[in-house]
Structures are given as structure tokens and as C-alpha cells.
Design a protein. Structure first.
Length: 153
């Protein structure tokens, strides 16, 4: 996905609704924590707010570009863990997480609308089933991402 398309999708999601109707998490929290995982490095669903997404985009637009310009070679840039090697992957992860979460929330809201339309006599059962599949796919994609997401340290 190109950077410009990424920004366009995030902007569209912000306009369509940045605040979920439901405050329930999209992904169930596992009951047990793997002892080999550092819990402080795991990305949590509640961290993936619109504000965090916008901050990530701002860093990519301004700060990442400035860090890249200061280095003479790729090797020099990649060796700068504090300025680029840690912030860049963490920032991209947060931005991607916000997009995936907003997509799942959008599909969830669409499902709620289809159900309400059906109750009002203006929708079909097939529409509900189709939207349930759309929501389930978006939710699974987001939860899969969230299970694997860890901060670079």
C-alpha cells in the first residue's frame, strides 16, 4: 500500500467516525500471558486511538524525513536505532493498527445499521449475514495483527 493511499484511508476513516459506539474491545484479551513475552512490549488495543494514528502520520511526514536526510548512507541511517531504527517500525505498527481497528469498528457499525434496518422492515436477512462476514473478516484481521504486534525496543 502506498503512503498516499495509507493517509487517504486513515483520513477517510477519521471523517466517517473516529469514535466507536461500543466501548467493548474487538479482540478478547488472553487469560494467560506467555512468560517468554515481555508484556510491556505488547501493543494494547486501547492504545490504538485516532490521536495516536495522527501522531504516527505526523512523525512519518516530518520527523522520519528529517532523520533520513541527516544520514549519508543507508547503513548509517539503520545504525541510528534511537532516531530511526526504533521509532520507524513502532510508528508504522501503530498507524497500521489504528487503520485495522478503525476498519473493524466501521464494519461493526455497518452491521449494527443493517440489523436496525431489518428490525424496521427495510432490510433482508441476507444483508445481515453478508455484513456479519465482513465484520468477522475485519475483526479477525485486526486481532491477528494485535496478537503479533510488539514494540521494537
Amino acid at each position: 500500500m502506498s503512503y498516499h493511499r495509507f493517509v487517504l484511508i486513515l483520513s477517510t476513516l477519521l471523517v466517517l467516525g473516529g469514535t466507536p459506539v461500543s466501548s467493548e474491545p474487538l479482540c478478547p484479551v488472553p487469560g494467560t500471558v506467555n512468560p517468554e513475552e515481555a508484556p510491556e512490549l505488547k501493543l494494547e488495543e486501547q492504545e490504538l486511538t485516532i490521536q495516536k494514528g495522527l501522531e504516527s502520520i505526523a512523525w512519518l511526514e516530518k520527523d522520519a524525513r528529517n532523520v533520513i536526510r541527516r544520514h549519508k548512507s543507508t547503513e548509517d541511517l539503520l545504525g541510528n536505532t534511537e532516531g530511526f531504527g526504533i521509532p520507524f517500525p513502532n510508528t508504522v505498527m501503530i498507524a497500521k493498527g489504528v487503520l485495522l481497528r478503525q476498519h473493524a469498528l466501521l464494519e461493526q457499525e455497518r452491521l449494527e445499521i443493517v440489523v436496525l434496518k431489518r428490525k424496521a422492515g427495510k432490510g433482508a436477512a441476507e444483508d445481515i449475514e453478508r455484513q456479519k462476514r465482513q465484520f468477522t473478516m475485519a475483526q479477525k484481521e485486526f486481532c491477528k495483527f494485535l496478537r503479533a504486534a510488539e514494540y521494537v525496543d
